[in-house]
Design a protein around this ligand. Sequence first.
Ligand code: ATP
Ligand code: MG
Ligand code: MG
Length: 406
Amino acid sequence: LTCQASNNAVSSRNDELPVHGISETIVGVLGGGQLGRMLCQDASKMGIKIMILDPQENCPASSLSYQHMVGSFDDSATVEQFAKRCGVLTVEIEHVDVATLEKLEQQGVDCQPKASTIRIIQDKYLQKVHFSQHEIPLPEFMKIDDLEGAKKAGEIFGYPLMIKSRRLAYDGRGNAVANSEEELPFSVEALGGFGRGLYVEKWAPFIKELAVIVARGRDNSILCYPVVETIHRDNICHIVKAPANLDRKIRECATEVARKAVNSLEGAGVFAVELFFTKDGQILLNEVAPRPHNSGHHTIESCYTSQFEQHLRAVVGLPLGDPSMKAPAAIMYNILGEDEGEVGFQLAHQLMGRALTIPGATVHWYDKPEMRKQRKMGHITIVGPSLGSVEKSLAMLEGKKEDHKS
Ligand code: ATP
Ligand code: MG
Ligand code: MG
């Protein structure tokens, strides 16, 4: 791989340099999955160059990036080598080698968001400790080191009990529910045992799950996107409705919790705050992602500034864009692998074919080389004049008959 970015090495933007375009900062992204791909798509509109670091040669972002360094974002020497070629370093996944990021920061490498943020977030237990110290409302939680500890947690929190892996969790892989004390050993086993580092959370009796994308610029300005409702299937985000159909008071409360959570973290970029809205009217924080997020994909079609453009603006130091919706309503539907291999591809193909016939629908296909069950392969966003209208279009997409009552 040749390096064309040598004059941009290590230290970040130099305001003395002439800028021929919106920004000459080369943005280095750790990870080249679908989030990296969509960052590249918006970067190309603004002529911003993105370098990605990802071990997979044909990862979703590869073909759209300015340069792709094939290597692991969890390997110290590789991350260091990569950082030298970029003006600013950011992430599309939080499971990166944070010790190296901290070291690089000390040497003057510009990481956005800050390594301290990644460190807090990549360990869900530390994340919970951090947010509770900042008085953010969240489900009660407790570290567990052995079966005795798990039983004690069960006595205190009751059942069902949510057991979570501290690290490397995504799409619910890393969560196990124990419905009774008898189930505890099996749930722990399913997560790979106590050695992996586990903690428990009290069950959150939510009516709805919500999410707020919060953007922070390098000047510390903060803007929040409208609150959305996220609907999960088997722990995986499946449908996002924007805006969330809730009382204004609840939306304001959710936005405030999200803003406060992000305010407690350092660095520029977009952050996604996942929330529970509970039976008794509480807003509780579930987790934060320090990067663009599935709950913000709808913003590409439905908002004046997409979450991806916003992230780029934030990390390179441009003014933040308007996060408000330009369409009254939007629904995002994840294309999840229904089956392995060719059968799965065919089912996804049929779904996308239906989407192409629906007014207001846009198809996104991530071009992942392999189809797997439950894998996020793409998504479809439908925008329209009302939530009712996009819900009807969603029913068409899913091949459901129209409701004749309405
Ligand atoms: P992501 O793909 O969002 O990163 P993840 O693997 O980090 O997912 P979580 O967000 O912790 O997992 O949990 C996944 C889902 O499990 C939540 O969206 C929610 O539906 C459910 N869940 C998580 N924690 C709790 C809880 N304490 N009580 C009830 N349900 C929960
Ligand atoms: Mg998560
Ligand atoms: Mg989550």
